[in-house]
Design a protein around this ligand. Structure first.
Ligand code: SAM
Length: 190
């Protein structure tokens, strides 16, 4: 069967039931492609419990003016909490358009100075980071060593929620707390 007949079968058979215009298809693709990329390559949107956010931020010595990045900032809770309570220069990168939009809306409620940027954190220059925070799947944690750590300055800290950087000794850690249903936290020092 040639390509033209196959395309006709699809058009007449399947696509006739999908009444999307090209504009709608483009809009859905712009929203869905980065969302699926972020879900598969990094982690799906699962917000960290606020108790855990506070625990993660209290485990390192945060000082006014320090640069903190949340890699995959979700609804922005972590960067807002860091900016409000520790006065750090907090920046979150989020690659899922809908989640990022939600975080921008919520920032009017939080009213902190944290910045919520739309973008893929793997493509950013994070060399000025004092602290990196993340809650990402094991596959992304595996890539931390090759893709992120070489660009960080000595003394920079990586705080990871729930998943460890494989084969790397943590400088500090917090155990899980089953009563509060919160996972472990690891801190790595460059
Ligand atoms: C498990 S959630 C954590 C959200 C937030 N950090 C928290 O702790 O509440 C992970 C987030 O990372 C985002 N993400 C995954 N890969 C990403 C990438 N390469 N660039 C930017 N965001 C990404 C996902 O869209 C998701 O919202």
């Amino acid at each position: 069967m040639d390509f033209a007949s196959l395309a006709k079968i699809y058009k007449d058979g399947f696509l006739q039931f999908i009444n999307f215009t090209w504009i709608e298809i483009v809009i859905y693709a712009i929203i869905l492609v980065p969302t699926f990329y972020a879900m598969i390559k990094g982690a799906p949107f699962v917000p960290t419990q606020m108790t855990q956010v506070r625990r993660m931020l209290s485990i390192v010595p945060l000082k006014k003016g320090m640069k903190l990045y949340d890699l995959g900032s979700g609804d922005g809770r972590l960067v807002h909490e860091a900016a409000k309570h520790y006065n750090v220069d907090a920046v979150g990168y989020e690659f899922s358009p809908l989640v990022w939009l939600w975080s921008v809306i919520l920032s009017y409620v939080w009213r902190s100075k944290a910045q919520l940027r739309f973008g893929n954190f793997w493509k950013q220059n994070l060399s000025d980071a004092d602290v990196i925070v993340c809650y990402l799947l094991p596959n992304a944690m595996k890539q931390m060593k090759q893709r992120l750590m070489p660009q960080l300055k000595p003394g920079a800290l990586i705080i990871s929620h729930a998943f460890q950087i494989p084969d790397l000794k943590a400088y500090k850690s917090l155990p899980p707390d089953p009563d509060q249903r919160i996972g472990a936290v690891w801190v790595y020092k460059i």
